[in-house]
Design a protein around this ligand. Sequence first.
Ligand SMILES: [Fe+2]
Ligand SMILES: [Fe+2]
Length: 279
Amino acid sequence: MLPIQRDFRFDLPRSRVGSWHGCGAHVSHFFNAMSVFFPVGERYFIASVRAHRGKIKDETLDAEIRSFIGQEAMHGREHEDYNRLLAQAGFPVQKLERRVARLLKFTQAITPASWQLASTIALEHFTAILADRLLGDDALLRDSVEPFRDLWLWHSIEETEHKAVAYDVWQQAVGRGAGAYVLRAGGMVVTGAFFVSMIAAFSAEMIESDPALKGKRGGYLQLLKFLLGRGGLVRSGFPAWLDYFRPSFHPWQHDNRALLKKLDQIEQRVNRVEFAKAA
Ligand SMILES: [Fe+2]
Ligand SMILES: [Fe+2]
């Protein structure tokens, strides 16, 4: 699959940035915390893949890498705008972003390129699962403010399109043998532990910094239900996460291309917004 770069813009309403999700502000801040990761994180993914590009002899994969880089750059741009709104609304985005940047810079300084690619494919597996769940279950973004929902759906579509690109680079550049497996699985354990604990901490910091949520502890229960309840994001995504540890794993063993047709809905709305602005 050749990923397609789409130059979409999302007119996110600033007044709703702290509370745009249909399940309330706590769930909104969980997604906002993930948004904090994306601009710096996606630059790291691009660098990790680029570092191995010289070893790729396959022209198709090289074209896919180009599209992958284009897509991640666009995601970075839109999430930067999103994060700017969060900062303007008084959320501690810059402080959190600096923490991610420091960690990734440190990783780049002390680990080999293969480890950086191992952490990239691990994180791409997380984004592929998130994307599959958001596209596959309408309930997870139901009653959310449209431009925010559209941004997450657009990002999900492109993450699905390119979910195997970094992985294919891994297989061609690092290999498929026992050594590559140990590094890939170890990369998931370490990267996963950092990612999950940082998302939890960042979500809590965003929530605690929101003056509108003072004393509203019930929202935490709602967030737990959203993540771990029946059909919850983490609960329903967990089996797919485990698949990663099979030695023969490949992202397209889970063929979810059918979900890409959701793009039609977004395109209609994005075009409508642009049309309305021009008029
Ligand atoms: Fe992305
Ligand atoms: Fe990605």
